[in-house]
Design a protein around this ligand. Structure first.
Ligand code: ADP
Ligand code: ADP
Length: 226
């Protein structure tokens, strides 16, 4: 089970700024939850604490019932997809997707199998030998998702993954990510400031403002207060 539970989680940055103020949130196994709110309201900080990329100042985060506050990022059963794709420019698509598994000392045949399977799912099999700069925005975005998929995590964290794409591609990728969510049977926590994205993708929308959770509900019951 890959439910994610935040209990009274607070983040104070070293400069004293309180970016997240005692938030509590229960994400169910295989749920698609969208954190929605204006720039600066604490969405990314929350996601990075779940990922283990940011220290939790106060409170606890549980993944699958286990408190992860002190678990190393690489030992958490999660994968994060960044807004800027965070691809390594000098590596090919294949190498980018294989990197995290190599780091974790997976055997080569297993790496090969996983990379090719993820590439098939994402329709990027013909791009495996290219470098990131030889790819379109949408293709780069797929590679970034592929890097997460190969790890086979139970929880995916997405930080505004579509915001660098043009409007048409964004609509297409929304549908693709929804389909992917069904196929992978994973829990997804997805950050965006785009209401339409939240409305069309989420099982549950969490509206944040100034470091607190203002409202939680399904896409039809939440009230947007811009
Ligand atoms: P969002 O993802 O909703 O745009 P963030 O979580 O990135 O918001 O940021 C929340 C607030 O915390 C912002 O006001 C931002 O300027 C501040 N912040 C982010 N990172 C740091 C940091 N390393 N040090 C101090 N303040 C930060
Ligand atoms: P992985 O396949 O685990 O993502 P990476 O070497 O790409 O392997 O990343 C190692 C760690 O650094 C991971 O926890 C990943 O989420 C994080 N990471 C990767 N790229 C970035 C980035 N641009 N900014 C912040 N953290 C990153």
């Amino acid at each position: 089970m890959a439910n994610v539970n935040l209990k009274n989680v607070t983040k104070v940055y070293p400069n004293g700024f309180k970016a997240v103020k005692s938030i509590s949130l229960d994400v169910l196994d295989q749920e698609f939850v969208v954190l929605l709110g204006p720039s600066g309201c604490g969405k990314t900080t929350t996601l990075r604490m779940i990922a283990g990329l940011e220290e939790i100042t106060e409170g606890t985060i549980e993944i699958g019932g286990k408190i992860v506050n002190d678990v190393e990022p690489k030992d958490r059963d999660i994968a994060m997809v960044f807004q800027n794709y965070a691809l390594y420019p000098h590596m090919t698509v294949y190498e980018n997707m294989a990197f995290g598994l190599k780091l974790r000392k997976f055997p080569k045949p297993e790496i090969d199998k996983r990379v090719k399977e993820a590439a098939r799912i994402l329709g990027i099999e013909s791009l495996l030998d290219r470098k990131p700069k030889q790819l379109s925005g949408g293709q780069r975005q797929r590679v970034a998702v592929g890097r997460a998929i190969v790890r086979n995590p139970k929880v995916f964290l997405f930080d505004e993954p579509l915001s660098n794409l043009d409007a048409k591609l964004r609509v297409q990728m929304r549908a693709e990510l929804k389909r992917l969510h069904k196929n992978l049977q994973a829990t997804i926590i997805y950050v965006t400031h785009d209401q339409v994205e939240a409305m069309t993708m989420a099982d549950k929308i969490v509206i944040m403002k100034d470091g607190i959770i203002q409202q939680i509900g399904d896409p039809y019951s939440v009230y947007f207060d811009p």
